[in-house]
Design a protein around this ligand. Structure first.
Ligand code: PAN
Ligand code: ZN
Length: 187
């Protein structure tokens, strides 16, 4: 199979995470207000509607044989005691993904549909391997932007619906000023 694309490269600004000649997607609190546990804190913060993260998505065809890739700039901050995070998703086709953390620190929260869970602490230089079948979300527990580069299969697709309705099994919250992993149902 020959790609419709010609060989090419694009420039990643290591300082800011900006990946040039890509599509920019922005997620503000209003785009994901139901994802956070503390709905009182959500309502208070919605007035300022902070930017939670930006995705610089390379325009690669979403089909078998291609490698989609992007950078994400996840802002520091909290909604109540819960750190800013990405929505998180499964891939429609169970397929692996690589995350390379360029700056900042936090967690990759992962789980399988049959109830296995993993919370991986990551920081600059971490290359995380997300095996097929593991849903994934990134949580910024630091006080600066968390910037990471991701590569996934072109035919992987994204399934946001199951996480949007059920959430992940575990949440990452500030407890006494430090990150703690708690069960979804914990107060
Ligand atoms: C990442 C994520 C990106 C944004 O590129 O898509 O960090 O997170 P959400 O997609 O959960 O909003 C990835 O895992 N791609 O497959
Ligand atoms: Zn993914």
């Amino acid at each position: 199979m020959t790609s419709a694309l010609r060989p090419h490269s694009r420039h990643l600004d290591l300082g800011t995470g900006v990946l040039h000649n890509t599509r920019l997607l922005e997620r503000r609190l209003s785009d994901m207000s139901s994802y956070y546990a503390d709905q009182k804190a959500v309502q208070e913060l919605l007035a300022e509607n902070p930017l939670i993260y930006q995705v610089y998505d390379a325009p690669i065809p979403e089909r078998e044989g291609e490698l989609c890739h992007c950078t994400t700039v996840l802002k520091p901050g909290r909604v109540g005691d819960e750190y800013f995070m990405t929505k998180g998703h499964h891939h429609e086709v169970d397929s692996a993904e690589i995350y390379y953390i360029l700056s900042g620190s936090g967690y990759l929260v992962m789980e399988t549909r049959d109830g296995q869970a993993s919370e991986l602490a990551v920081g600059p230089g971490s290359i995380a391997y997300i095996p097929p079948g593991w849903a994934h979300r990134t949580v910024n527990t630091g006080d600066s932007d968390m910037v990471f580069y991701c590569v996934w299969f072109g035919n992987g697709g994204h399934d946001y619906a199951s996480i949007a309705t059920k959430g992940f099994l575990r949440r990452i919250v500030a407890a006494g000023g430090v990150p703690a992993v708690i069960d979804r149902s914990a107060k």
